[in-house]
Design a protein around this ligand. Sequence first.
Ligand code: COI
Length: 360
Amino acid sequence: MNIPVTRTTNPKPRPEDETKLGFARYFTDHMFVMEYDEGKGWHSPRIEPHAPFLIEPASAVLHYAQMMFEGMKAYRKPDGSIQLFRPDMNIARMKRTCERMCMPEVPADLFLEGLKAVIYEDRDWIPSAPGTSLYIRPFLFGDEVSFSVLPAQHYRFMIILSPTGSYYAANDGGLTTTRIFVEDEYIRAAPGGTGYAKVGGNYGGGMRASKKAIAYQCKDVLWLDAMEHKYVEEIGTSNAFFRINDEVITAPLDSGTILPGITRNSVIQLLKKWGIKVSERKLSIDDIFAASKDGSLQEIFASGTAAVISPIGWLNYKGEDYTVADTKVGPIAQKLYDNLYGIQTGKVEDDMGWTYPLGF
Ligand code: COI
C-alpha cells in the first residue's frame, strides 16, 4: 500500500535529557491519519506533520464520545533496531472496543502498515535511556456532523507518538513505590457497560476520583466493584495485582468491567512460567486490609503499557494508610519489571514470542 508522506518543514527540537521525558510530554514530528466513510470504507491513509487539526464543533465525538484509543510502545534494542511488543493483542482489543462502540474496525494490515510508516518517519525520536520507550497512541473517533445519538457515518483514525519514560517511574528510570487511593464512592464500570473497552469515557468518568486521590497525596485510584463497593477491580491507569501468602491475585475479566491489559496478560503468563501461583479471582478490599495488618500482604503492583510494572507501597482508604509489607519495591514486581522491560528492549531473550521487530 502506498502511504503518502508530507514531511514537516519545521522539525521540533528533540528533548535534551532522555532521563527526564516524563509521560507523553513531547510528541514527535509526524502522525498517521486515515478516514472512513460509510459505503466507502477506510481511505486516504497518509503521514502528515503532527499538528493541531480542524474539527467541526458539531462533530458527534465532541458531544457523545463515540471514540476509542489504544496504548502501545516501540522499543530500541541494544543494536539500535526497533521492535513492538505483542501488537496482535492491541489489534484484537481494538476490534472488541470498536464492536462495543459501533465503530468500523481498523483492518490489522492497514493498522500495522500505518504504524510502521509513522514510526519509520520518526525513528530518530525513539529513546534508549533506561526506562524509556516510544509511547504510541492510536485513536479513532466519529466526526460526522450530527447530534443524533446514533453511530456516526464518518470517522477519523490517527496514530501519534511520544518519547516517554514510565508513568510513575523514579527519575533514574527504575522502580519506586507509590500511594494509591481506594475509591469507595464513585465507580469506574458496571456490568453491561464499557469497562472492558478502551474508551475515553471510562477515564473521563474517573477524574472526579483522581482529583480526590491527589487531595490525599495519592498517585492514582484503586477502583472497587460497582455493585457492592467491596471487590478490587483495577487502578486508574492500569491493572492491579496483590501478592498475599505467596499467591498473586488479580481481578477476573468475566464481569466485563476490567480492561484486559496486555501487560496484565503477560504478567500472568510470566508468573505461571516461573511456577508462582497466580489467580484471576475476586478479592475483597477487607481481605487486603486484614492481610496488611497481619503481615501476609507481601506486594501490590500495577501493570500497564504506560505504568509497565509499578509497585505500590501504601493504600489510602477513608483517610487511613495501610502499608504494603515494608513499603519498598517487592521482589516479584522487580523481577517482572526486569524481565518484561528486558524482553521489550531486547536485553532479555524473548522465549515467549512476544516481540515484533520492525526491520529498521
Ligand atoms: C496505557 O497504558 O497505554 C494507557 O492507556 C493508560 C493511560 C490511561 C495512561
